[in-house]
Each structure stands twice: as C-alpha cells, then as structure tokens.
Design a protein around this ligand. Sequence first.
Ligand code: GLN
Length: 385
Amino acid sequence: MSKEASRRVATFTESVIRQMTRLCQAYGAINLAQGFPDFDPPVAMRIAAAEAIRQGYNQYSTTHGSIRLRQAIAQKMRTYNHIPCNAEDNITVTCGTTEGMIAALLALLNRGDEVVIPEPFYENYGPDSILSGAKCRYVELDEPSFKIDEEKLKEAFSRKTKAIIINTPHNPTGRVFSKSELELIRDFCQDYDAFAITDEIYEHITYDGRRHVSIASLDGMTNRTITISGFSKTYSATGWRVGYIIAPRKLTAAVRKVHDFLTVCAPAPLQEACITALKLPTSYYENLRRLYSTSRSLLLQALEEASFTCTSPEGAYYIWTDIGHTGFRDDRQLAKHLISRVGVGAVPGSSFYHRPSKGRLNLRFSFSKKPETIRKAAARLARFR
Ligand code: GLN
C-alpha cells in the first residue's frame, strides 16, 4: 500500500524524554530523565481513590469534570492563585496538563495564527502548536539568567500573535518568573490583543522562599489568560492523569467541546480522590518543598563535582546543565553514555529547542526523587568524574 501516515505527524519527532525513559529501563539506569517521583501520592489520596472505586464512581463523570472537584479547584484558584473564577463558567477537568495544553490550543488557534514560545521550552509545546496549525515564534530566554528579554519579545510579537505560552516555574531551566517579568508579558498581550496560555504544573514547587505568581492574577489578565495546571506534580500522581484548565467564560465552551471529543472525561474515581488532595493541610506543601529542596542540593553538588556547570533552579525539579567541561561536545552522545556506562539518565538539551543545533552543550537532570535515590545517582556520577 502506498498511502502513509499524515504529513502533520512527519513534522515532529517522538518525545526524547519518553525515549530516555525507555533507554533507562533497558540499561537499568536511575531515571533522572523524565520528571516523575519515585514515591507515592499521600496515603489519604490513595485511600480516597480506592474508596471511590468501591463506592461506584466507575462510569464517565460530567465531561468537563465532577462538579465537586470543579468547586474545590475554583476555591483553590481563588485563594492560592488569586484568580477570580467559578466551577460553572471557567473550569474544565482534563486528562492531565498535557491534554489541557493541547485542548486549550485547539480551542483557541486558527491555522496561521502565531504563538510566541520562550525557549528553551518543554518539548510538548512544539508538537502541540503544530497540531493546532499555529506558527511558532520562538524567543530565547536571556542566558545564563534565563530572564525574559523585552527586546526579543518586541521582535516576536506582531498583529498576527494570538497567544504566548508561558511556563512558570519553568521546565527545563527551573526559573520562577518574577511579577515584573509577567507584567512585561502582560503589557505585550494587551498591546497586541493576545492571550497568555500558562502551564503552572510546578506551582507549589519553589525554593528559597520564592513565591509562584499566576499571570491571570495580574490586573487586566484574567480575561485574556488560560491557566493550566494539575495534580501530577504537586501530589506525586503523574500516572493518574488529572489536570485542569481555567479559561475566561467566553472560551470555556470551546475548551470543553475540544476536551469532550478528545477524551470525554478524566478518570472518574481519581477525580474524587483529587478533592481529598485539595483538602491537605499547608504542612503537606511545606514538606514537599523541603524534600525536593534536599534532593536539589544533593544533585547540584553531585553534578558540579562531576564537572557539569549547573543553573541552580528557583522552582520545579530540574537542573539545567552545561556540559562544556565534561569532555563531551554532544548532548545525545553524553546522555547515551551516562545511561549505558554510568547508570544515570538525563535528557539531551537539544530536545528543548526548536533547532536541534541549540542545546547541544546542555543536559537536563531531574531530582524528582527521594534523597536516597539521588545519593545513589551521585555515587554513580562520581565514577563519571
Ligand atoms: N514533565 C515531565 C518532564 O518534563 C514529564 C513529561 C512526560 O513525559 N509526560 O520530564
């Protein structure tokens, strides 16, 4: 047969992050490539999930999410993120933030619309934008600070700009964008009548007393922001696939339509358990930050000793490194070497850039693991030195 897969699919490659996970599995390497915890969600959540299944939450929920969960999310968005919203007009529960992002883009973008994406960026945003038919305008963050650069935004924004994709705390650099950087983006969105689409999945994971700011909470942004977050990272439940979208009322119907035809609904019993998650005390979040803070220090030290030059993360759970002093000149080659010979997985830096020639001298390591796992990885990395 001469007919083939769609041309659309040929324009992007498979996920390098997931590819690294497969390699780690094949070689028995400690997976510091894909960002997911090696420990379970809080016990109260696991009990609530089992109980929900026992009590009969086993069929589809309302397509845009259980009303009790949407109410709990709305409450959290108002108090933690300072975003005015309510369960009926603004919230859609999705199968993870991954679905949230593609559903938001498909709901918002027309073919030919331009989307501004700060670079380096989480690798899904490229294919997501391609699938939605938009044209990507990449703006490099200022190195080595990874701050937003006003001049570069000026070059990227135009009349055709429909949206900018923001991600804070940032994957892969660990930046937590400041209020003034977000205000700068706000000014561009207002001047060019554009939307902000913001991925805030790491919102609770910040260090050294830094606070996460949601761009939708800034004056004038609530009605031009789609905020996406979820339960995967905050509650160590990446396999549950429960996320959500907070959209302005005028966009919610479009978002829900796309979501419905993509996935119908997020897993019903797990949505019930996510209501329990949102009731956890403040100490839960403090403990999570403390745990990741320990893992962050351990991995920073191990990597520096193994001659990687590290960007110390302000949030999220990734360390962006420069491999210039390791003796290797190619990110993929070094990632392969680390997995097969040293027993530690990392993600090649080039997979966070639209042009593979960039990021060749970078690797991303995740410390989303128990401190004891990071210690084991550190012992292996000492052999690399
Ligand atoms: N967000 C995580 C990462 O960047 C995991 C992504 C995924 O594989 N779904 O590694």
